[in-house]
Design a protein. Sequence first.
Length: 261
Amino acid sequence: MRLDLDSFESLPLHTRRCVFWEVDPANSNRSSADAVFADLGSFESEFDKEAWISGLLLEWGTCGQVAIDSTTKTVVGTAFYAPPNRVPRSVAFPTSPVSHDAVLLTSIRTEPGHEEAATLLLDAVLADLIRRGVRAVEAFGLVRGGSPTPDQQSSEARRAPEELPSALELEAWTDQSIVDVAREILDGPMDGLCTACMIDAGFLKDSAFDVVSSHPRFPRFRLELDEGLGWKFEVESALEKLVVMAAIDLAGRERTAVPVG
């Protein structure tokens, strides 16, 4: 479902506070090399996050989708997206800038045990953007776990088994390892790297996104939104409504049924 200000307080704590994408890193007071990729607390501000969402809702429209657990009624996943000029952090990546005709998908984050909600959130984002006539969506992917970037996978497949990295080597790549590598390869300074608020490159590739700007850790992906996709989402939406209406009608009949005999 679409995110609005009324549901802001129900967002998971990290999602509600983290402004990794929303705050301009150039405004930070840190200037030394040690401050680059600082602790995550350097970009936590619930006030700024709410203000960013509020501004977009007023000036641009829906900028987030939430997944809600049907049993607990709690938010178990979120997705955020916006015009690239409303996402200051995007210009700090080595594969920027985002194309002028695209909306930037900044993050898809799910709570532990609800990873399957990621695909549903992406579908909701795409459906919303298609209805609004957006031409394309782009995202910065994060290559995790020491896995190859999408455009390297074909060459990796041709390597001899003894040349491939072992499972132990892959597991050695932690989020901190990614931060350490990123500190060396990014073109410009970034005051921290919140890997929790970035999208796995593998997820984007599996979701039919194409690499438009390659990078060892932060490839930029793009998905064209055409009329065919719009038709697909409209049909699926109509079918979902029919199922809901049928369920309501059946429940009503069961309540009003009169025993015979």
